[in-house]
Design a protein around this ligand. Structure first.
Ligand SMILES: Cc1ncc(COP(=O)(O)O)c(C=O)c1O
Length: 451
């Protein structure tokens, strides 16, 4: 068991001063079901590096890294030190009303790594806000109404983010009318493309469908932005052909549309370069970034070149806690760590190692229909044996549970939750990959045996 409850300076907590385990049992009365009934709701005490430590006294290897937010590992000492130093100096003031070091140094440092001239920033608290900011900025700058997003994409839970997300209809259900003037076009998903099969043909088919949107639904001159995840995350770790992204860039140039990359999940080294824009060598006009920016402290940003960002005049957008001093200080430490510990290189190296292992496992387990990876954004998609790639949600679910029971934390993605993502921190070692992957292999082979 972990330590008992520790409350600082709170007098009126006596009522709830119960053992943590009692609270865990009562979770359904404490948290909204959308949180309380997620999987696995593992009670934990602390986290360090690539590991989290359960209340059950067990050490779990973490191949989720806080939904891909903890790229430099849990509680990296330099992030902790930077945040602590800032905490003792100043927790929060009011952005815009005051200026502080961590904010401006961060903007300057980010400007050096965000590709192209996208070196002017609006800071918020989360990925959804970064996306909302990108949508607002694109409309504001172009004075056009249309947003085109791609099927299977996920962009957050705000009304804006929900309006442009289609990874699951359930995410949109029950909310009435979402943002108007949002349209959708297919994202190339070579593995699930019935016809045609090749990635290039699949890409062409997706482009034709986008051109049909212009032909039948909204003329390109009325479109403010194409919003895309360069690699779909929540939608299933789907890697599009580079040529498709290049064509999107050309279409945007032709019609004066802004290309927005949602790099909330792909950013900060996850794909083996600072951003997927580097990996694919495509320059978007606007970036939405968050998650790993501050290794899990709340922070996000919308980034664009000065010409676009400068349209966003006083009071046209704003925030209370965005660009929080502590989060910005942590983010500065994250940038230094990624550089000094060569984590981009390590992400590429360990990502290749992981993908090789996945490919090998696929040959032994026909329930794995496809394996994909770019940098340390790796995944396996499960299918029902002897079917035409029918999604195997149940097999994935069982693999997740068996792996957890054996000490490996994983999480699914994909429209049917049929895909398991393997996304450890970028400073994972080969031994740690082996440790986690051995458990994954045991779990997959056990489920395979029962098929
Ligand atoms: C690509 C992408 N965009 C936006 C978001 C939303 O980020 P947040 O949960 O920080 O609002 C996510 C979260 O998973 C994401 O993966």
């Amino acid at each position: 068991m972990g330590p008992g409850p520790i409350f600082y300076g709170v007098n009126d907590m006596k009522e709830s001063n119960k053992p943590f385990d009692t609270l865990v049992k009562n979770i359904d009365n404490l948290l909204a079901p959308c949180l309380a009934q997620d999987w696995p709701n593992l009670p934990i005490d602390r986290a360090e590096g690539c590991y989290i430590y359960g209340r059950d006294g067990r050490k779990y290897i973490d191949f989720l890294a806080g939904f891909g937010a903890c790229n430099v590992g849990h509680n990296h000492p330099r992030v902790v030190a930077a945040a602590q130093a800032q905490l003792s100096k100043m927790i929060h003031t009011a952005i815009g009303v005051t200026n502080y070091e961590s904010l401006l140094y961060l903007a300057e440092e980010l400007g050096k790594i965000v590709p192209g001239e996208s070196n002017v920033f609006f800071f918020g608290n989360s990925g959804a806000e970064a996306v909302d900011g990108a949508l607002k900025l694109a409309r504001y700058y172009t004075r056009r109404r249309g947003i085109i997003s791609f099927i299977g994409g996920f962009h957050g839970r705000s009304v804006g983010g929900t309006s442009v997300s289609t990874s699951k209809a359930k995410y949109r259900t029950g909310y009435g009318s979402l943002l108007p003037d949002v349209y959708f076009a297919p994202f190339p998903y070579p593995f699930r493309s019935k016809t045609p099969e090749s990635p290039e043909e699949c890409s062409q088919a997706a482009l034709n469908a986008l051109l049909n949107v212009f032909e039948y639904i909204i003329e390109p001159e009325e479109v403010a932005a194409l919003l895309v995840e360069p690699v779909q995350g929540e939608g299933g770790y789907i890697i599009p052909p580079q040529s498709w992204l290049a064509e999107l860039r050309k279409i945007c140039d032709k019609y004066g549309i802004l290309l927005v990359f949602d790099e909330v999940q792909t950013g900060f080294g996850r794909t083996g370069q600072w951003f997927a824009a580097d990996t694919f060598n495509i320059q978007p006009d606007i970036f939405a970034i968050a998650k790993a920016i501050a290794n899990g402290l709340p922070l996000g940003a919308t980034a664009a070149r000065a010409e676009i960002m400068k349209a966003w005049g006083p009071v046209s957008h704003g925030t209370t806690c965005g660009g929080n001093p502590v989060s910005c200080a942590a983010a500065l430490a994250v940038l230094e760590i990624i550089k000094e510990e060569n984590l981009l290189e390590n992400a590429r190296k360990q990502g290749t190692y992981m993908l090789d292992k996945l490919q090998d496992l696929k040959t032994k387990a026909p329930i794995i229909g496809d394996v994909r990876g770019v940098g340390l954004m790796t995944a396996a998609e499960f299918v029902k044996p002897d079917t035409d790639k029918e999604p195997n949600t149940e097999a994935a679910r069982r693999v997740l549970q068996i792996a957890l029971d054996k000490g490996l934390l994983l999480y699914p993605c994909g429209h049917w939750n049929q895909t398991i993502r393997l996304v450890p921190a970028l400073n994972v070692t080969q031994d740690q990959i082996d440790e986690g992957f051995n458990i994954f292999t045991e779990a997959v082979l056990e489920v395979q045996k029962g098929q």
